[in-house]
Design a protein around this ligand. Structure first.
Ligand code: SF4
Length: 215
């Protein structure tokens, strides 16, 4: 192929890039007080993510390091377009340095031909707080070798998985939805605002609201 012909950005890259741009602009425009308020609001979620990371580090690090990094057989990070909620872009922007975000922006602004996730760099994932679908992903081997023989670990893993719903599943007021609403009130719109646009999640909200009214 003629190397002077530039590949276009994928629709996924464009959506991700636009969401990140929007969040950075919002944080710049709204100033330190809003940043502080948002940081306070996400503290509970960050605590959850620290506990989740610690669990993964304690029980899966050896297997992941040997299997994935050393043999390059990883099943993780192998898809170009993983789901990220708009709220996750916000959380990540709040805990990242400008340099981290510039690096992400550069990756999203250049045509990408790799077969793995667009966020996977030579030193690993470009997110400071990885998308929750990534953090909750365990490959078959990890489930078989680590979880299957240890019922107590299975219970703790399930409990961490269930806890994620407390932040993202809008059958009650949840952080992910609240952050979307906050940015929407300032005029922001993004296809990553799934709590506000996904027919499935809107249905969950409607059913939950009807349930609350009838009880
Ligand atoms: S976002 Fe990060 S953790 Fe998730 S698939 Fe991409 S590189 Fe892997």
């Amino acid at each position: 192929m003629d190397s002077s012909v530039m590949m276009p950005l994928s629709p996924y890259q464009i959506q991700q890039r636009d969401a990140l741009l929007m969040v950075r602009r919002y944080l710049e425009q709204e100033g330190p007080a809003e940043r502080e308020a948002l940081c306070a609001r996400i503290a509970d979620y960050l605590d959850y993510r620290r506990r989740l990371d610690r669990f993964l580090e304690d029980h899966f690090h050896h297997l992941c390091n040997v299997t994935c990094y050393q043999s390059a057989l990883s099943a993780c990070c192998a898809r170009e377009a993983i789901i990220t909620f708009f709220a996750e872009v916000v959380v990540n922007a709040l805990v990242s340095s400008p340099t981290d975000l510039d690096r992400m922006m550069a990756r999203l602004s250049q045509p990408y031909e790799g077969s793995k996730c667009v966020y996977l760099g030579p030193e690993g994932c470009l997110w400071r707080v990885r998308p929750i679908v990534c953090a909750l992903f365990l490959c078959d081997r990890a489930e078989r070798e680590v979880l299957a023989p240890a019922p107590d670990l299975q219970r703790r893993w399930q409990s961490l998985r269930d806890e994620a719903q407390r932040f993202r599943w809008p059958d009650r007021p949840v952080l992910f939805d609240e952050l979307e609403q906050r940015f929407m009130a300032a005029g922001c719109r993004s296809p990553l605002m799934y709590c506000s646009t996904s027919p499935g999640l809107l249905n969950v909200k409607r059913r939950a609201a009807a349930g609350r009214q009838s009880s």
